[in-house]
Write a protein that binds this ligand. Structure first.
Ligand code: AMP
Length: 282
């Protein structure tokens, strides 16, 4: 596996692969890899000729007071995992390489899709995401790029950006990979102490409760949200950021639970902000 840290070298390698007629798959990550990331890598390996995994903790998508500095990093371990998966190239640039002195260009997706959920509680976050992902697309030249349903809103926004800016590539969404007890895998789970780890289970439990209520015929957005909120608040160390139910195609408001529905939540457990979601066809 080749590890690139320079934009120009990564781009030249990608161009060369394209000239050879290879289909490039890209899996963008912030590293500290777990099975959620690796599930996307395996899918890319199965569907493409060559796979690039990018590892970059993108400062633009972290707000003031968020965990940019503490975010876990271990490139040696990540590279060993990717080597084992048979990945052809890892792109792990420095911040200076991606955003040299004087850098000032931003890509921003408009509409309510970026204004709700994490867009509301983390102002500027998605601008940082779409800016770095646009750069990664131009550097790595993928035919297919892989994103996790774990970050459902992010995937929706990137799909919209690809459509509206005519990026010549396809987005594939992979399902949420969970620990055996249901907690969605996340690099941030390492922040949790033993007690918080127990409370963190309530995110997937609240989604399970929502599924149950909806499958039993509940159509009231308010009632499902209330039941979820009550369950989450019954656990120690939890502090709800949001519990929302929106149209699963475009995040528009729902008069009732019907059609493609996204149930999404963000909860602080101790100091750790966790997200999870459930996409349902009702
Ligand atoms: P991150 O490193 O957290 O930025 O995630 C990189 C990619 O992996 C994103 O597309 C995430 O949605 C995806 N991902 C993260 N956690 C999971 C998970 N538990 N299951 C599936 N995909 C995930």
């Amino acid at each position: 596996m080749q590890v690139f840290t320079r934009v120009q070298e990564m781009q030249e390698w990608s161009l060369q692969q394209k000239r050879l007629g290879k289909k490039i798959g890209l899996v963008p990550t912030m590293g500290y890899l777990h099975d959620g990331h690796l599930s996307l890598v395996r899918r890319a390996k199965a569907e493409c000729d060559v796979v690039i995994v990018s590892i970059f903790v993108n400062p633009l998508q972290f707000g003031v007071g968020e965990d940019y500095e503490e975010y876990p990093r271990d490139l040696t371990r990540d590279a060993a995992l990717l080597e084992k998966e048979g990945v052809e190239a890892t792109f792990a640039p420095s911040v200076k390489e991606m955003y040299p002195q004087g850098y000032s260009t931003t890509i921003e997706v408009g509409g309510e899709i970026t204004a709700k959920l994490c867009g509301k509680s983390r102002p500027g976050h998605f601008k940082g995401v779409t800016t770095v992902v646009s750069k990664l697309f131009n550097i790595c030249l993928p035919e297919v790029a892989y994103f996790g349903q774990k970050d459902a809103q992010q995937a929706m926004i990137i799909e919209k950006m690809v459509r509206e800016l005519n990026f010549p590539l396809r987005i594939v969404r992979g399902p949420i990979v969970r620990e055996s007890d249901g907690l969605a895998m996340s690099s941030r789970n390492v922040y949790l102490n033993e007690e918080e780890r127990k409370s963190a289970l309530v995110l997937s439990q609240a989604l399970g409760l929502a599924r149950e209520l909806i499958e039993n015929g509940e159509t009231s957005v308010g009632k499902v949200k209330e039941a979820m909120i009550n369950l989450i608040n019954s656990k120690p160390f939890t502090d709800i950021d949001y519990v929302e139910i929106y149209n699963g195609e475009d995040l528009s408001d729902l008069a009732e639970i019907k059609g493609k529905v996204l149930v999404a939540l963000a909860v602080r457990v101790g100091k750790t902000r966790l997200i999870d979601n459930l996409l349902l066809e009702v």
